[in-house]
Design a protein around this ligand. Structure first.
Ligand SMILES: [Zn+2]
Length: 314
């Protein structure tokens, strides 16, 4: 299943908690001054405001403080799988954790029941969320990493591909359309991919590569992909335009007539693409076809990339 679920962005204060989860350990803050526990991670003890707080490992066992069952997505980004049991668990140290319950039938869930932690791996970078289940349930780990949807456009529905001879002017002109093709396959743009592109291109501006700073200072509440990265990913987005031009000796990518990045692609987004033929013109060089390719974040009306590609057939 694919997903646009927002991912946690560790800060310097919360990083030990998230790193602990990756290593299979639950670390919460203990105050050396008043001996009480604090959660979520913060700079000061939530009881006495002392800064002498220290992460310590706990078992993660506790009791169910309260819960509700969401049968429809609470936000589009959090869709699937429904229903979701949203819960507050009180750990044995007294702190309360917002979480979801897994592996329990609705009739088994009861306020005050004993619960234990479940590590839910949610991202290919190893990010783990802390979920819970009943102490009697045989469940310690789940894999919720979104799967890259497989490219199925080419064969699944066996779409009709029109063969258009380059010499057939009327058929070429009939390709020009205001209407876009169906959507391509989807692709996940994660922080790891953005970091790789930053390294390759040398563009490691913090808005792309520094999640903490981008969250605090950036206009988008987190990091975003480079426009150029999203643009080149069109090679991985298989758009079925429904035709194939035949009878040419050479085909070249002649560049772009228009390239725009109208809206950002936040790290962790799924993207997809669609296209249309904007124009077909004969010139001395050959036959020039302008293909408008638009890449969108899945579910977003506004494109993230508009690229009017010039393809030259000779
Ligand atoms: Zn304290």
């Amino acid at each position: 299943m694919s997903s646009n679920k927002p991912m946690p962005i560790p800060t310097s204060i919360s990083a030990p908690f998230w790193d602990g989860l990756k290593d299979g350990r639950i670390l919460i803050q203990h105050c050396n001054d008043c001996d009480k526990w604090t959660f979520y991670p913060r700079r000061h003890c939530s009881h006495c405001l002392s800064s002498q707080v220290e992460f310590k490992e706990v078992s993660g066992e506790g009791t169910l403080y309260t819960y509700t069952i969401a049968r429809i997505p609470t936000l589009p980004e959090f869709a699937g799988p429904e229903p979701q049991v949203m819960a507050v668990v009180e750990l044995d140290q007294g702190v309360r954790v917002n979480t979801t319950l897994l592996g329990l039938k609705e009739e088994e869930i009861e306020i005050g029941m004993r619960v234990k932690p479940v590590r839910a791996r949610v991202s290919s970078d190893g990010t783990v969320l802390l979920r819970f289940t009943g102490v009697h349930v045989d469940l310690d780990e789940v894999d919720e990493v979104p799967k890259q949807p497989q490219v199925a456009v080419a064969d699944a529905d066996a779409p009709v591909v029109r063969q258009i001879p380059l010499s057939d002017e009327a058929a070429l002109q009939s390709l020009v359309s205001e209407e876009f093709s169906p959507w391509s396959n989807q692709l996940l743009v994660d922080q790891q991919m953005i970091n790789q592109f930053a390294e390759l291109s040398g563009d490691n501006y913090w808005i792309h590569t520094d999640p903490e700073r981008a969250r605090k200072e950036g206009p988008f509440g987190g990091t975003i992909a480079h426009g150029a990265l999203v643009q080149v990913l069109s090679s991985k987005l298989q758009v079925n335009l429904g035709f194939e031009i035949t009878g040419f000796t050479n085909m070249v990518n002649y560049g772009s007539e228009r390239l725009r990045f109208p809206s950002p692609v936040p790290a962790g987004s799924l993207i997809h693409s669609r296209g249309r033929v904007k124009s077909v013109e004969r010139s001395r060089r050959g036959t020039q076809l302008v293909l408008e390719l638009n890449i969108h974040v899945v579910g977003q009306e506004r494109p993230s990339v508009i690229n009017d590609l010039i393809i030259l057939y000779m």
